[in-house]
Unconditional design. Structure first.
Length: 303
């Protein structure tokens, strides 16, 4: 039986690959795509989602735009990672379809049904607003890409998605439904290297698109970390939603730092159970990187 999934995203190179994985996976019934500010403005992330769908001939998949700014903070995009378009690098066709004429949270409310998994791979503004307006009914669980136990990429203390809207993240982690956190500790352990990129390229048109996305995305990672390859953060979250064995998790308490500026958006994970705070998340701690890329390769090749 397939899993009803809403993909909430801010494409974004790795968001685009997560979307391809969702489209190519028989385990997924993609109820729709919702977009959020993040890697670029809402206008650009929405257009990027539509263009990726156009590329694979799936403009039938509805795209609903959501929040164009965080709950309380100023908007800050990640052009330094994803470029001015939010998806710099490969050529993409113009979208023939437009977004649906319904805001993301109304769209989700209209489509959600029992057992739905929300896969959230951008700042968590849409999900927090949805929870506030509609509660948690029919949400099986939320799998999110964000945070880190022991590092940061936006600041030394925080990962971008959580940093961008920490108040939204705090609400999501405390929503009472199962939350799985796929953070940098996991995604940085699975790099799409040159060798993997060549294997993607060899599969054809969409595999070449993935390799070209990585060609651009890896520049930031080469410059920042000295790596030959790029993590495909958001696709790990989607992959975990359909094949949980890929990522090992620990059930732990996670709190979000919303007070200090220095540590804004830090996911304070009580990995070693130093407090009595009750666990509220399954936190990713390790990944079978080869199995993840084999899955991704097989699925992308099928598109
Ligand atoms: C996250 O931030 C964005 O740049 C990526 O799309 C991913 O969701 C990684 O920190
Ligand atoms: Ca993202």
């Amino acid at each position: 039986m397939s899993i009803p999934i809403v993909l909430d995203c801010d494409p974004g190179h790795d968001d685009a690959i997560a979307l391809l994985l969702a489209l190519a996976s028989p385990e997924v019934e993609l109820l729709g795509v919702t977009t959020v500010h993040g890697n670029q403005t809402l206008e650009k992330t929405t257009e990027n989602a539509l263009r990726v769908l156009e590329l694979v001939g799936r403009s039938d998949v509805p795209v609903a735009p959501g929040a164009d700014r965080p709950l309380l903070r100023d908007l800050r995009v990640a052009a330094h990672v994803h470029g001015e378009s939010g998806l710099d690098g490969p050529e993409l066709p113009a979208a023939t379809a437009g977004p649906v004429d319904e805001p993301a949270i109304d769209f989700i409310a209209g489509r959600i049904r029992a057992g739905t998994v929300l896969v959230a791979v951008g700042p968590l503004t849409n999900i927090a607003l949805y929870l506030e307006a509609h509660g948690t009914e029919n949400i099986e669980r939320i799998v999110l890409m964000g945070g880190a136990i022991a590092e940061g990429n936006m600041t030394p203390a925080a990962e971008f998605n959580i940093w961008a809207d920490p108040e939204a993240a705090q609400r999501v982690f405390h929503c009472g439904r199962p939350v799985t956190m796929i953070g940098l500790d996991v995604t940085h352990k699975a790099l799409l290297t040159h060798e993997w990129a060549e294997r993607f390229r060899a599969t054809g048109r969409i595999g070449t698109f993935v390799a070209e996305l990585v060609d651009f995305f890896k520049r930031y990672h080469a410059h920042t970390y000295g790596w030959d390859g790029a993590p495909i953060h958001d696709a790990v979250a989607l992959a975990h939603a359909i094949r949980p064995s890929l990522v090992r998790t620990e059930h732990r308490n996670v709190e979000i730092e919303v007070e200090s500026e220095l540590c804004r958006g830090r996911t304070v994970v009580d990995l070693w159970r130093r407090t009595e705070r009750p666990p509220n998340a399954d936190v990713g701690v390790d990944i079978d990187g080869d199995a993840f890329f084999e899955l991704l390769l097989e699925r992308v090749a099928s598109l």
